[in-house]
Design a protein around this ligand. Structure first.
Ligand code: ADP
Ligand code: MG
Length: 382
């Protein structure tokens, strides 16, 4: 490409912002599709039921939950269970979330039921509320009180929606947490819950196993990737901001690589946009080059991940990366991978799913390496 064309394009595009977003929750114009899912979420929230939202990491669960509840005139309390350190901290966060939406004077009476009343302070300039519990307080009792508070608040005011994100981590908060939570939550009738979880197998254990305390607790929603045609339109209009040429081939190559995974599609598109804006006429191998340079930037992290894997897990990932994504329990698969038994394959799949290395893509009916850049890194290895 001639240097002059490249520089001229750069001058014109200097002020335009890259429209692709990855890493944080999206609820603005970077949020696409999911209209039917938003409606489903709202229908469940308007009923007396609870919602259980399951999808692999970075598929857009949190974004969907926040987008769906964004315009709703009800208090939304959002707690990520990954950030909860113990039962007392859980109680503290729940009380704080409740006080954020319901004026203290309206729900003051509910604190009279507390075994130990928390200390509440507010910053009049920022309006933020801080809650602390005496270090001697028993966490389980404080937690019961906190759930009682939010139920009372829902009784006297608008019914709250409580989002527990990364719900599969509940058991890490305290022993028997699921059983305790179920015991409390099933007695409430003035709260709607949205329970979000990433680890498909654990979420299924929690909500679909008969002996689990949360068996049939709420309506299940499995969130798929974003349909290719939705992404095509979005990518092309994003690229049109910085590039006048044809971008359908570029968009197709991106989606082929990411398999429409929401996060990785936004990530790769972000990198491609930054390159594309430099050109008046993009080279045919632009996407490929962008992928390879992203993979080399991530090399250090991938090397560390790889070093910690067992040999069988390495064999499994290598096979999946090379395209052997379906029929993984067949003799041919064992022969191709060098793994000695189907039961070992099963063990590897369970472990790799749990650790987020692979996903079970129900739309495409295949197990796949979760991160397409890591998949490319694996391909480069062999
Ligand atoms: N509806 C959507 N449209 C476009 N991109 C999305 C959408 N939902 C999620 N993403 C992309 O995926 C990333 C992860 O979304 P997030 O809601 O944090 O996923 P999760 O909660 O499942 O881990 C976002 O930063 C964004 O890049
Ligand atoms: Mg999330």
């Amino acid at each position: 490409m001639c240097i002059f064309a490249k520089n001229l394009a750069t001058v014109f595009m200097a002020k335009i912002e890259n429209p692709f977003r990855f890493g944080s929750v999206v609820t603005d114009s970077s949020f696409i599709d999911r209209q039917d899912k938003i409606k489903f979420v709202l229908d469940v929230m308007e009923s007396g039921n609870h919602l259980v939202l399951i999808a692999p990491r970075r598929y857009g669960k949190t974004s969907l939950a926040l987008k769906a509840t964004e315009g709703i005139k009800r208090p939304v309390i959002n707690i990520n269970l990954q950030n909860v350190t113990d039962e007392a901290d859980f109680a503290r966060q729940l009380i704080k979330g409740t006080l954020h939406h319901y004026p203290l004077k309206k729900i003051k009476y509910a604190f009279t039921h507390f075994a130990v009343v928390p200390t509440i302070s507010s910053d009049p300039t920022s309006g933020s509320i801080e809650v602390s519990l005496a270090p001697t307080v028993r966490g389980d009792i404080a937690l019961g009180d906190a759930f009682g508070l939010v139920e009372e608040a829902g009784k006297s005011g608008p019914k709250p929606i409580i989002i527990f994100d990364e719900f599969q981590d509940a058991e890490d908060i305290a022993p028997n947490m699921l059983k305790k939570l179920r015991g409390i939550m099933q007695l409430q009738s003035h709260v709607n819950y949205m329970l979000l979880g990433s680890q498909e197998s654990m979420m299924r254990e929690i909500f679909e196993k008969k002996k689990s305390p949360f068996y049939h607790f709420g309506t299940l929603l499995h969130l798929p990737g974003i349909p290719e045609d939705e992404f095509m339109g979005y990518l092309q209009s994003g690229f049109a901001l910085c590039y006048k040429g044809e971008t359908s081939e570029i968009s197709k190559q991106i989606l082929e690589f990411t398999k429409c995974h929401p996060y990785y599609t936004q990530e790769l598109s972000f990198y491609v946009w930054n390159e594309l804006k430099e050109y008046a006429q993009a080279p045919a191998d632009l996407v490929e080059k962008v992928i390879q340079s992203a993979v080399s930037r991530k090399d250090y992290d991938y090397e560390r991940l790889w070093a910690r894997l067992s040999n069988n897990n390495k064999k499994m990932l290598k096979a999946l990366a090379s395209g052997l994504t379906s029929s993984i329990y067949t003799k041919e698969f064992l022969l191709a991978t060098g793994i000695n038994a189907a039961s070992t394959v099963r063990g590897c799949v369970k472990r790799l799913l749990k650790d987020g290395f692979i996903i079970n893509d129900e739309t495409r009916k295949e197990y796949r390496v979760e991160d397409p850049f890591f998949q490319q890194w694996l391909k480069n290895l062999f």
